[in-house]
Write a protein that binds this ligand. Structure first.
Ligand code: PGA
Length: 249
């Protein structure tokens, strides 16, 4: 059985003081959570978040990682820097990074490899745009994005990664994939992993849904057999809402 993982993606919201405040509100609300709970905070908030998370089971995540260990890469952070600061998870290849910062499937793969080598658990985002779904390319696209992202990892490493299926048209729009759409496409991703790496690997990989997941729709989505959790943007910025998503039953 796969333990569900609910991760908040705060994106570019909240400074260090507000981050500590939100975490302190959240801690008592998710104390009994059965799911793994992660908060992916802005890089500047990492030390404050780490301090606020003390004594809680909530895990700390970042929103990006560079693929080199050090060097002339202005504005970037390496896996070892994140690790030293207490980060355990890192979002890689979010559609906003792909869209606004020109990330490609290849750079996503480099970042995934660097994260895993540095002892971080990557949350790898894949997903189609509206026009790609309408043209019937969703399945081929998400399978391709997933397999490229995983290239070069060992089977044991792949078992530990998290994939987030995030249809781009559902992110921040209030539009959610239906329970069935999300389940079906996540099934396609799992099948692509099975075809290449075998069932023992594909049965272990946790695949989240992301895109306007909230307290109202979480129950239906989480009842689907393929869906192992969520990557939550907007609804992760309020402790009460995020806690409701965490306790999805
Ligand atoms: P949303 O964002 O929940 O605000 O749609 C999800 C995400 O981008 O990870």
């Amino acid at each position: 059985m796969r333990t569900p993982v609910i991760a908040g993606n705060w994106k570019m919201n909240k400074g260090p003081a507000e981050a500590a405040e939100l975490i302190n509100e959240l801690k008592p609300l998710v104390k009994e959570a059965k799911a793994t709970v992660v908060v992916c905070v802005p890089a500047i908030d990492i030390p404050a978040a780490k301090k606020a998370l003390k004594g809680s089971k909530i895990k700390l995540g970042a929103q990006n990682v560079h693929f080199k260990e050090s060097g002339a890469f202005t504005g970037e952070l390496s896996a070892s820097m994140l690790k030293e600061a207490g980060v355990e998870y890192v979002i890689i290849g979010h559609s906003e990074r792909r869209q606004y910062f020109a990330e490609t499937d290849e750079t996503v793969n480099l970042r995934v490899k660097a994260a895993v080598a540095g002892g971080l658990i990557p949350i790898i985002c894949v997903g189609e745009k509206k026009e790609q779904r309408e043209a019937g390319y969703t399945d081929a696209l998400v399978a391709y994005q997933t397999l490229i992202a995983l290239t070069g990892l060992t089977e044991d490493e792949i078992k530990k990664v998290i994939i987030a299926y995030e249809p781009v048209w559902a992110i921040g729009t209030g539009l959610t994939a239906t329970d069935e759409q999300a389940n079906e496409t996540i099934g396609v991703i799992r099948e692509a992993i099975r075809a290449k790496y075998g069932k023992r690997v594909s049965d272990r990989v946790r695949i989240q849904y992301g895109g306007s997941m909230n307290p109202k729709n979480v129950k239906g989505l989480m009842a689907q057999p393929q869906i192992d959790g969520g990557l939550i943007g907007g609804a992760s910025l309020k402790a009460e809402d995020f806690a409701k998503v965490v306790h999805f039953e």
